[in-house]
Design a protein around this ligand. Sequence first.
Ligand SMILES: *Cc1c(COP(=O)(O)O)cnc(C)c1O
Length: 418
Amino acid sequence: MDEESTMWNFEGDEHLNKASACTIRSFLTTLKENLNQNDDRPVIPLGHGDPSGFPSFRTSQVAEDAIVDAVRSGKFNSYSPSLGILDARRAIAEYLSQDHQYDTSPEDVFVTVGARQAIDVLITVLARRGANILLPRPGYPLYEARAVFSHLEVRHFDLLPEKAWEIDLNGLEALADDKTVAMVLINPGNPCGNVYTHKHLQKIAETAKKLGIMIISDEAYGYLAFGSTPFVPMARFGSIVPVFTIGSISKRWMVPGWRLGWILMSDPNGVVQKHKITECIKSYLDISSDVSTITQGALTQILKKTPESFHSKTLNMLREAADLCHARLKEIPCITYPCRPQGSMFLMVKLNLLLLKDINDDVEFCIKLAREESIVVLPGAAVGLKNWLRITFAVELSSLEDGLERIKAFTLRHAKTK
Ligand SMILES: *Cc1c(COP(=O)(O)O)cnc(C)c1O
């Protein structure tokens, strides 16, 4: 061995690379590398859910003013307590209990660096040797990535496209064993745009109770429901089974860069609290990064003062965009559209590759689409469903229209001739 190699003690962590390779970010990087620099047309980003750069999706003035006021007050310049500033926790508790059937205490709320850190916290706290977690397929790949990194075994249950992406509860039951720590559900759904009914949520809660596993309900798109099914928070079923709700202001207020999210524990019967889970969460937050105090200082105003008109404008834009997708995509022969989205910012469509002449799978479809039409669309493989596509419709309507035209032209050009 040469002298050099004994001096610098660094070895890349294989688990870390494996975890990063399954993130959406990693797929999007590959697609962006395939964009044609010589195409004069604007790139249409239908791959990721961050509309904040579009003028129509600018956040509410109330939110912007709240940040300015927090800065000017001079009260939010110190370190944050590990669990978050008490007023922010109180504001979140009030916001989330607006339609629950029991009160939510600030004690049950933990402020996090966006929903991402909430995922990080819960996976870290739940992971132990030999344990497993049940995740939806298709799903949000950060859960897989984070579980892989914490050596937590992942088992997937299916979402059923023909049943508006409801959970296959029989399949779920078959996966669980005495080492299962939790199941994750995402409602409103990313990547499917589904919104679960009260009845389905209750069935999920009863199934989880029977299996003795807690529920992590990812409500990053909470209240972003524009279809006929209203959004119901899973925390309502906390008396049936312990529920950890994950949420943030990133999506509903369209400020993902502000990095403010939360975990709410709903365990009125003290089922998991008996095992001192909040102490574990607290311990992890003690060694993790804090949330900016400026956004925490602004939060009460953001949650309480944002006018209803801002939220209804967002819902109207999303509904209009989803309708446009529905109208245009169903005209494309190689695309099957199982159901209309009812919430979030995404929909999933299935590719019929038999109708295409020189495309073998969804990843190749997306790479060629990026190269030839300057559009970024996420291959289903990135969210666990090969040969499907996830399309974001939270973009300026004119761009969406242009994008859907380009997808159509692309599929016609690659269609098999009879
Ligand atoms: C965007 C998203 C997150 C992360 O949200 P942040 O608050 O921006 O960290 C978590 N879960 C799902 C399902 C998401 O789509």
